[in-house]
Design a protein around this ligand. Structure first.
Ligand code: TYM
Length: 350
């Protein structure tokens, strides 16, 4: 069956939304609005998988949910044409996740590298939710039978798991799926990751081998979307580099993770390939490149920060967007849940 193309993606409301989230994911969310029907979700159920100190407790969760929503809109997502909502308002996410829990295999989850990283050494003490997180993520996507998922590089393995779950569901229930009128036996699509651009993996400004992350103890490791111009300038000027001038060709960036990262950020923000950036700055010193990068970052991020500030000052307006978005999401989710219940054999009211 040819599936109707639909985009779904999510961002966790765990604070410190940064340049990696923006360039790796949100920029592509904005672009895909031109060509697809899109659903963008603030995944608050996912936030709970971490210890409460990480997501900050109830009032922080609500504040961060509104802040991520504000970032979506400030970056250019149109909540009228597309759907913006927070996950916990649509109960189908958790319901479908339960069915998928019974489809996914323990061996599949045991391979997830992000669980290993996040659980660290104290695995016994990680929440069951953290372990099960990729199954909920598959449910997020497939509840809307989404076909395309824009994400950063770190979500690639989770997307592969979503495809495995969709495939196994289709195989396990193939006869029933066909019996319900889906003649090719494919009820769920195999969602495609959309990981593209020169900044699919933005690295820490302090260490070019570590991913830029919300949870890094050093605020100097990342540029937050809410940072003001002075803070952005300070962070970029202090960013780790090496003593060599910038290379003139991309190959010269390979053994130099910090230089590669800064050039990638510049390329993504200016919507040019890295090679073009190196044609302009290759052979020059880092100090002048950093000045240009500060200017570009401030020019691109300041209007977003200002609009976010304006939006979060009006929580009633942001909540209304989330409530209206959830109503529209719920209508699509209800169709999928009904068909899934029929396929699985659950008796229900008609
Ligand atoms: P989260 O909230 O950690 O990150 C949101 C998005 O930002 C991307 N990202 C990065 N991209 C480039 N460089 C970085 N340093 C960087 N850090 C983060 C992430 O890849 C992501 O696209 N599991 C997801 C949320 C989620 C989801 C979903 C995504 C839940 N359900 C369904 C897609 C579809 C997560 O934790 O993202």
């Amino acid at each position: 069956m040819a599936f109707v193309e639909r985009v779904f993606s999510g961002v966790q409301p765990t604070g410190n939304l940064h340049l990696g989230n923006y360039l790796g994911a949100i920029v592509n969310f904005v672009k895909m609005q031109e060509t697809h029907n899109c659903i963008y979700c603030v995944v608050d159920l996912h936030a709970l998988t971490q210890p409460v100190e990480v997501w900050g407790g109830p009032s922080e969760l609500a504040r961060n949910t509104r802040e991520v929503t504000a970032a979506f809109i400030a970056a250019g997502i149109d909540p009228k044409k597309h759907i913006v909502f927070n996950q916990s308002q649509v109960s189908g996410h958790a319901e479908l996740a339960w069915i998928f829990n019974c489809v996914a295999r323990v061996g599949w989850l045991n391979r997830m590298t992000q669980f290993k990283e996040k659980a660290g050494k104290d695995r016994e003490n990680a929440s069951v939710g953290l372990y099960d997180y990729p199954v909920l993520m598959a449910a997020d996507i497939l509840l809307y039978r989404a076909t395309h998922v824009p994400v950063g590089d770190d979500q690639k393995q989770h997307l592969e798991l979503s495809r495995d779950i969709a495939q196994k569901f289709n195989n396990d229930f193939g006869d029933s799926i066909r019996g319900h009128g889906f003649n090719d036996g494919m009820y769920f699509p195999l969602p495609e990751p959309f990981i593209t651009g020169p900044a699919t993996r933005v690295m820490s400004l302090r260490d070019g081998t570590k991913k830029m992350s919300k949870s890094d103890a050093s605020d100097y490791s990342r540029i937050n979307l809410t940072d003001d111009a002075d803070t952005i300038a300070q962070k970029i000027r202090k960013a780790k580099t090496d003593p060599e001038p910038l290379p003139s060709e991309e190959k010269g960036l390979e053994p130099r993770p910090e230089a590669d990262n800064l050039v990638g950020i510049y390329a993504a923000l200016s919507e040019r390939p890295k090679a073009g950036v190196l044609r302009e700055f290759g052979g020059g010193q880092f100090s002048s490149f950093k000045n240009a990068l500060v200017e570009l970052c401030v020019a691109k991020l300041s209007p977003i920060a200002a609009e976010m500030k304006r939006l979060v000052a009006d929580p009633g307006h942001v909540d209304a967007i989330l409530i209206e978005g959830a109503d529209r999401a719920r209508a699509i989710a209800a169709e999928t849940m009904k068909a899934t219940q029929d396929i699985v054999g659950f008796v229900r009211k008609r």
